[in-house]
Design a binder for this molecule. Structure first.
Ligand code: PEP
Ligand code: MN
Length: 368
């Protein structure tokens, strides 16, 4: 597709042109009191452009809080009247779109699960045809840039030019320190493919934990984000969804005050600097490599305990030969040299044996 004719962020509701664009609010609208209390405290920061809240919640398991529905749209309208904040909610079906537009919601976003299904995106795109709504497209749950871009294109084709992407991270196959892997390299590629598409980072769903949210927000701003969408709840401890990752309004205010925003000109933005772009990708991939090595080491430790119980020695020649052969064979197929794979494996294996020997030498009290 040719360069898209997308409206700049400067036309977005509540935005006076200073960057970044800030959207904040609870994961879910839970009650009138919660929505109004949170909105009032967010407006008091003077830095928030739009209030977010989930009205219909996509939950992994049935029976969890699935959102307050249409009643919540009334609370949000009241919050808008009281604070002047624009409103942003998630839509997943044409019926959601119809209700959202009826209640004057300014910004709609398509959630990570919905974006993963092109049929659903097509239906949403059709239901939005001719509307002047602002639409944000979250990245799909799996790290598939084409699927993300495809969803943006489907909306664009139905006449939506008020578009932005939201980076919320990708579901990790193994448990990691973060709830979702940022894979910054994918958003860097998105920026290269669609240079005028605003990218907003959702550090809350990447972090999964309130204490990590500011670090992710800063990283996103440093790299490329044009805005942030942050989950803020007036009393996160009692939140009905995503309690662990929601900030209090005061922690959120502290985070915004501490954010360092470089006033970058077009020529010094990381995206005009190829070297910085490449380095950011390498940084992100190295971080994932380390996470994988840590996961490998955790299994090695479990094997160590197991071998100790079974009285088996840490090093077994046949297993090592098999590791080298299979990895070299696979590595060659994906363009890595035999020498490189072997020296890497030796390093990894040596540390595994050292760790297992340490476990086996420890007495039953766990002392080395
Ligand atoms: C949300 O923003 O509350 C949400 C459900 O997000 P995601 O679609 O990214 O999981
Ligand atoms: Mn949430």
């Amino acid at each position: 597709m040719d360069k898209l004719n997308i409206e700049p962020l400067s036309s977005w509701p509540g935005y006076a042109g200073q960057s970044p664009y800030i959207i904040a609010g609870p994961c879910s609208a839970e009650s009138r009191e919660q929505v109004l209390a949170t909105a009032t405290q967010l407006a008091a920061t003077g830095k928030v452009h739009a209030l977010r809240a989930g009205v219909w919640k996509p939950r992994s398991r049935p029976g969890a809080f699935e959102g307050a529905g249409i009643e919540a749209l009334e609370w949000l309208q009241e919050a808008k009247n009281q604070t002047g904040l624009a409103l942003a909610i998630e839509v997943a079906t044409p019926q959601h779109v119809e209700q959202a537009l009826k209640y004057g919601i300014d910004i709609l976003w398509v959630g990570a699960r919905t974006v993963s299904n092109p049929f659903s995106v097509e239906q949403l795109a059709n239901s939005l045809r001719g509307s002047s709504a602002y639409v944000m497209v979250k990245n799909p749950v799996n790290p598939d840039l084409e699927l993300w871009i495809g969803a943006i294109e489907r909306l664009y084709r139905s006449g939506i030019t008020r578009l932005a992407a939201i980076h919320r991270g990708f579901f990790p196959f193994e448990k990691t320190t973060l709830r979702n892997l940022p894979k910054w390299e994918i958003t860097i590629d998105l920026r290269s493919r669609m240079p005028n598409l605003p990218i907003i980072c959702d550090p809350s769903h990447i972090a999964g934990k309130a204490s990590i949210v500011p670090t992710i927000a800063q990283k996103a701003i440093d790299l490329m984000a044009d805005g942030l969408m942050v989950e803020v709840h007036n009393n996160p401890k009692v939140a009905l969804s995503d309690a662990q990752q929601q900030l209090t309004p005061s922690a959120f205010n502290d985070m915004l005050n501490a954010l360092s925003i470089k006033s970058s000109t077009a020529s010094d933005s990381p995206f005009c600097d190829k070297l910085k772009q490449f380095r950011s990708k390498i940084d992100s991939i190295d971080q994932q490599l380390l996470e994988l090595l840590a996961q490998r080491m955790n299994i090695v430790k479990e094997i160590g305990e197991f071998k100790k119980q079974c009285n088996v020695k840490p090093y077994q020649e046949s297993r090592w030969e098999n590791i080298v052969d299979s990895r070299v064979q696979y590595g060659l197929q994906i363009g890595l040299s035999e020498e490189y794979i072997k020296s890497l494996l030796q390093l990894v294996h040596k540390e595994s044996i050292r760790k297992q020997a340490e476990i086996m030498d420890a007495d039953s009290n766990g002392n080395a």
